[in-house]
Design a protein around this ligand. Structure first.
Ligand code: MSP
Length: 481
């Protein structure tokens, strides 16, 4: 399929409500999906929830709930948030979906038939937060640095998947960018990891976890939650588990993930595919950083948690989308504080964009002015004078989402200054010809801005388009005091 674009987010654990980090990835994926859709691509955008495993089993127990009821409740919360944030996904997969479970079982049977998995024992230190075994050198003061937890010593009988057998092939595919890992420093990190040691075979089943998909050939064991989870990227397309009959949307074009789940996505996930005989790996695995608050990981104890609902309430949907994506370079850790976000909201949205729209519309309200209307495809190929070497299409193809927004704000700032300098309200009285010339440039720019903003801030883009047609603009972004 030539004209397709398939993009995924990680599927989110339902042990707790969605937070700002989940929103960050999902908004970014939505922007990339919309960007392709607006170019006429047939887009499939998959997101969903990861609902099995020990972490979730324990949380359900703690809350005294039946696990199925528990995951149903939390999963709905994710769906509701995506609706609030205007996330236009194609499918929302849940790993407790019947067809997903069946496909996972079929895959496990295939792996067994192919001799890719074997019975053995696995012992190691298990972090329930990560749902992963950790090696000693990954721990800091004996604790998992991501979850601040002392991992449990575990030894159990299980089924193991061969990883070392596909290692050379994997290295080759990563080196040649057939399976591209970006940003480049992550590609290098993974390559040096893969080249420095043989990959340890990974346990794909759990004996003592009840809340999981039973192995078809040994139902007392359940499927290790990460194996179950990875397969969502195929079952979410409706795949039934037959490796000889892959969905036409495969391979996936872009997989967005956070840096904490890079290693597993760059090793176990492609190893499952290669062991199944699926040679087409994801085209691009793009890793973003974490959102920090005041330089630290958000935590209730530190009292620096910024709630996503709180953000939507304060800044609106498009305000939230803008503030999260523009907070720093996509691919690096970014730091947000409420104070700085309010400042940025007032500067960029209320005073910057909002002010520009209302000034232009007001000034042109009772005048007949011709201006250039450019469509999305043309707009994204247009180089912006002040930002000479850049055009939006190039920026977005390298997944530099924050730079995409900066690109738009170059015009916004330039035009606000242009209005101050040319003073069209005076020209209106003194020089009609010049007035029309100035306003024509401004209206053309506003049209261009509305095209640019469509994937990032869909409602705002629509409002600007309507304002251009009706010559009426309400207040787009109310200043926050
Ligand atoms: N269920 C697994 C993923 C399975 S995908 C086959 C998982 N879930 S998670 O809910 O813990 O995390 C999902 C995503 O949220 C990860 O990409 C993670 O990096 C991201 N984030 C979690 N906290 C974050 C921030 N504070 N900032 C940005 N992203 C963060 O892992």
């Amino acid at each position: 399929m030539q004209n397709k674009f398939y993009i995924t987010t990680p599927i989110y654990y339902v042990n707790a409500k969605p937070h700002i980090g989940h929103a960050y990835t999902t908004i970014a994926a939505d922007v990339l999906a919309r960007f392709q859709k607006l170019q006429g691509k047939e887009v499939f955008f998959l997101t969903g929830t990861d609902e099995h495993g020990l972490k979730i089993q324990k949380q359900a127990e703690k809350e005294g709930k039946d696990p199925q009821q528990f995951v149903d409740d939390v999963s709905v919360g994710f769906k509701m948030l995506w609706k609030d944030l205007n996330i236009d996904y194609t499918n929302f997969i849940r790993t407790t979906d019947e067809n997903h479970i069946k496909a996972v079982q079929k895959v496990l049977q295939t792996l067994k038939n192919k001799g890719a998995i074997y019975k053995g024992t696995y012992s190691g230190l298990y972090c329930v937060g990560c749902e992963q075994f950790k090696s000693e050198n990954e721990l800091i003061d004996g604790k998992c640095p991501d979850h601040n937890l002392v991992p449990e010593k575990m030894e159990e009988e299980c089924w193991l998947l061969n990883l070392s057998g596909v290692q050379d092939k994997l290295i080759e595919k990563i080196e040649s960018d057939e399976f591209e890992i970006a940003p480049a420093r992550y590609k290098n990190e993974i390559l040096s990891f893969l080249k420095n040691q043989p990959l340890k075979d990974v346990s794909i089943s759990r004996k003592n976890v009840k809340w999981g998909i039973p192995l078809p050939f040994e139902p007392e064991q359940t499927t290790y939650v990460w194996i179950d989870a990875f397969l969502n990227y195929l079952t979410g397309l409706g795949w039934d588990g037959d490796e000889n009959n892959l969905p036409e949307k495969w391979p996936v074009d872009v997989q967005l993930i956070g840096k904490d789940i890079l290693r597993v996505h760059a090793t176990i996930w492609p190893a499952i595919l290669l062991n199944l005989g699926i040679e087409k790996l994801p085209k691009l695995l793009f890793t973003h950083g974490h959102i920090l608050s005041g330089g630290k990981k958000m935590s209730k104890t530190l009292g620096n948690v910024i709630g996503i609902d709180e953000m939507i309430e304060k800044f609106g949907v498009d305000g939230t989308r803008y503030l999260l994506l523009s907070a720093g370079p996509f691919g690096y850790d970014i730091d947000v504080t409420m104070e700085r976000m309010i400042e940025k909201y007032n500067a960029d949205l209320a005073n910057g964009l909002g002010n520009l729209v209302s000034r232009i519309i007001k000034l042109s309200e009772d005048a007949e002015i011709k201006f250039e209307k450019i469509n999305f495809n043309k707009a994204i190929e247009k180089k912006i004078e002040k930002n000479n070497s850049y055009f939006l299409k190039g920026i977005m193809e390298s997944v530099a989402i924050n730079l995409g927004l900066e690109h738009v704000w170059v015009i916004i700032e330039e035009d606000n200054k242009f209005i101050n300098d040319t003073k069209p309200w005076e020209l209106k009285r003194t020089d009609e010809g010049k007035f029309k010339e100035v306003m024509s440039k401004l209206l053309s720019d506003l049209n261009l801005i509305s095209e640019f903003l469509a994937p990032f801030m869909p409602e705002t883009a629509e409002k600007i388009k309507t304002a251009l047609e009706t010559k009426k603009a309400g207040i787009l972004f109310q200043r926050i005091r």
